[in-house]
Design a protein around this ligand. Structure first.
Ligand code: TYM
Length: 332
C-alpha cells in the first residue's frame, strides 16, 4: 500500500492555507493509503523569535487536537509528535553528512527567513530541510501531501535519499509531493500577492480554523481586491479575486469555470458573501469537534503516545539499516 507522510509546525491555531493546501489531502489519503502524520515541534524551534517554551508545549497539544478535529483518524493513521522519537534528529545527522552547503543555502524558505539576519541566523534554520528529509525518508513515504510552498523541500528530500542510496546502497524510498488541484497556495487576504502565513500575515489577512463565523465573514468581506467588477481568474491582474475563486473552489469542490459562470456580473460584494458562507460551513464541524476533543486532553495525549510507538516501529528499523549501511559499528 502507498505510504503517505506529512508534517505541520505547531502554531496552535492553524489557518485556511494549511487546511486547503495540505490537511484536506491528509484526511482524504486515509481512505487509500497508509498514513503517518507528525506535529513537527523540532522544526518550530529553528526561529528564535517565534519560540517560547511554555507556548510551544501548549501549541503542540493544540495542533494535535486540531488535526484530530479536522479528521485525522488515529484508528487509520499514525499521529505523533516529532520530538517523541529521537530517530528524526539522529537520521538528520546522517543526512547532514551527504548534504551540501550550497544546496541548502539556495532553499527559497531559508533565503526568505534569513533575509536581513546576517550572521545571527541559526544553524537549525539552515538545516531545517534536512530534518524534513529525515521525517519523510524514515517512513519510506511514497507521497507527501503539502502546499506549494514545500515543493523545494520535498525535492531536496528526494535528492538526499537518492544520494544516500547511491553511496551506501538502497535504504530509502524516494518521495514525491502531492498538491491539491485548487488552493495549493492560499494567499493573504490583505496582500494577495503573498502567501497566507502565520509568521508574516496580519490577523486580517488570515482565516484561522477556529475564527468564529462573524470574524470569518468580516475578514473575507474586507479582503483586498481590485477596482474592476468582473470576476475572472487571472493571478497577475486580479490576485485578490483569483485567490477567493481558488478558496471557493477548494471549499465547495466546484470548478473555477463553474464558479465564474455563476458569479460574474453580480458584483464583488455578493461573491465575497458566497466565499464567506462556504468557508464558515467548511469550518463549522471542525470547530464543534475541536471543542469536544479539547475537553479531554488526556485522550489526545494517549493518542500521541500510541502514535509515537507505532511511528517508532517503522522509523527505528529504517534508521538501523541506514546506520549499518554507513558503517557505524553496532553496540555489542
Ligand atoms: P507548515 O507548518 O508551514 O504548513 C503545514 C502545511 O500547510 C501548507 N501551507 C499552505 N498551503 C497552501 N497555502 C498556504 N498559504 C499555506 N501555508 C502553509 C504547507 O505547505 C504544509 O503542507 N516544513 C513544513 C513542515 C514539515 C513537513 C515535514 C511537511 C516538516 N517535516 C515532512 C511534509 C513532510 C512546514 O513548515 O509546514
Amino acid at each position: 500500500m502507498t505510504r503517505v507522510f506529512s508534517g505541520i509546525q505547531p502554531t496552535g491555531d492553524l489557518h485556511l492555507g494549511n487546511h486547503l493546501g495540505a490537511l484536506v489531502n491528509w484526511v482524504g489519503f486515509q481512505d487509500r493509503a497508509d498514513c503517518v502524520y507528525c506535529v513537527v515541534d523540532l522544526h518550530a524551534i529553528t526561529s528564535p523569535a517565534e519560540h517560547d517554551p511554555a507556548t510551544l508545549r501548549e501549541r503542540t497539544l493544540e495542533t494535535a487536537t486540531l488535526l484530530l478535529a479536522v479528521g485525522v483518524d488515529p484508528a487509520r493513521s499514525i499521529l505523533f509528535v516529532q520530538s517523541h522519537l529521537h530517530e528524526h534528529a539522529e537520521c538528520t545527522w546522517l543526512f547532514n553528512c551527504v548534504s551540501g552547503f550550497g544546496e541548502l543555502r539556495k532553499m527559497p524558505q531559508f533565503k526568505e527567513k534569513s533575509e536581513g539576519k546576517g550572521e545571527t541566523v541559526s544553524v537549525g534554520l539552515f538545516d531545517y530541510p534536512v530534518l524534513q528529509a529525515a521525517d519523510i525518508l524514515l517512513y519510506h513515504a511514497d507521497e507527501v501531501p503539502v502546499g506549494e510552498d514545500q515543493r523545494h523541500h520535498i525535492e531536496l528530500a528526494r535528492d538526499i535519499g537518492q544520494r544516500f542510496n547511491h553511496r551506501f546502497g538502497e535504504v530509502f524510498t524516494l518521495p514525491r509531493a502531492i498538491h491539491p488541484p485548487a488552493a495549493a497556495r492560499v494567499m493573504d487576504l490583505q496582500e494577495p500577492t503573498s502567501k497566507m502565513s502565520k509568521s508574516t500575515s496580519t490577523d486580517k489577512g488570515i482565516v484561522n480554523l477556529l475564527d468564529d463565523p462573524a470574524r470569518i465573514e468580516r475578514k473575507i468581506k474586507s479582503a483586498v481586491t481590485d477596482s474592476a467588477t468582473d470576476i475572472r481568474f487571472d493571478r497577475d491582474a486580479k490576485p485578490g479575486i483569483s485567490n477567493l475563486l481558488e478558496v471557493l473552489s477548494a471549499a465547495t469542490g466546484r470548478s473555477i469555470e463553474e464558479l465564474i459562470a455563476e458569479h460574474d456580473g453580480h458584483g464583488y460584494g455578493a461573491f465575497k458573501a458566497a466565499v464567506a458562507e462556504a468557508v464558515i460551513e467548511l469550518l463549522r464541524p471542525i470547530q464543534t469537534r475541536y471543542r469536544e476533543l479539547a475537553s479531554d486532553v488526556g485522550e489526545v495525549e494517549r493518542t500521541l503516545a500510541d502514535g509515537a510507538a507505532r511511528a517508532r516501529a517503522i522509523a527505528a528499523p529504517t534508521l538501523a539499516r541506514a546506520k549499518d549501511a554507513v558503517g557505524l559499528l553496532p553496540p555489542a
